[in-house]
Design a protein around this ligand. Sequence first.
Ligand SMILES: Nc1ncnc2c1ncn2[C@@H]1O[C@H](COP(=O)(O)OP(=O)(O)OP(=O)(O)O)[C@@H](O)[C@H]1O
Ligand code: NI
Length: 307
Amino acid sequence: MAIVEVENLSISFKRYTSRFKQVNHQVISNLNVSIEAGEIVAVVGASGSGKSLLAHALLGILPIHANVSGTMTYKGEPLTAKRQGMLRGKEMSLVPQSVHFLDPLMKIGKQVRQSAKHHKAAFLQKKVFERYRLPVKTEKLYPFQLSGGMARRALLATAVVSEAELIIADEPTPGLDSAVIEEALTNLRELADNGSAILLITHDIEAALKIADKIAVFYAGTTVEVAPAVDFTGKGEMLRHPYSKALWRALPQNEFIPIPGAQPHPSELPPGCLFAPRCTIATSKCRHEQPTNRAVRNGMVRCFHAT
Ligand SMILES: Nc1ncnc2c1ncn2[C@@H]1O[C@H](COP(=O)(O)OP(=O)(O)OP(=O)(O)O)[C@@H](O)[C@H]1O
Ligand code: NI
């Protein structure tokens, strides 16, 4: 059974451009994604494609003026605001990939223990410190006294002791050295192998491919494709959507050919397929009608022409 199931999620914000003029920003449009226990689903896509908003919608921490529609379920039951409040920080946890999320005024040991279930907090904290090579004395240190790598491991430790069944990891801070990124990825894989469902948000397809089972490709606030990670290979022949193929081929180690044009702004989405204005195979139908999400070869795609 899917731990998380998101169906036709749409999110918009109304904005005043002047005193009397209001515009609608459609930031997420009919987005679909699901995550099974033990599975890592990586969400990749350009800046502004809605990755963080999906995380915030699941956790129930969207701004109050957001208009939300669609359904989200957790273990088969609707994810209501009340349930989100109960699950957040317990069964559902966020690994913010910025170490600034550590409380600067609280000792590391205490921060980690606070995330654990009460009766075994001290035990779990010791175990997790060992596992992440955090020396015992780290317990008594404040975040500013840790190296960047240790602080990252402390954040992960917090997610691990919480024994969360759904872990949402928002993108690695640019500038982290590759060894630290590698380690963080390995840790996430271990968490999934222990049964957690993981949503990994990142710009970095290559990093995602190292550990993910499935890749959800976001474009302008929707999932254009959800594909098994193994489909990202060769020239992208196995991929289903022209955007995923283009994204794959644009990587430096592939053909390094960027796609012309830009992702549309949420205030001016095209009427048909959101990718049509940049798509080399778009037809008149694509420019007028929105393709629905459909199953193609063990994946999902939102394109009339995908086979
Ligand atoms: N509170 C808000 N009010 C209005 N628009 C918002 C709000 N939060 C986000 N947006 C818009 O929603 C869109 C998606 O934002 P989101 O932060 O989810 O993107 P992202 O894919 O996480 O980008 P990045 O890779 O840069 O983190 C953007 O166009 C953003 O400007
Ligand atoms: Ni983001």
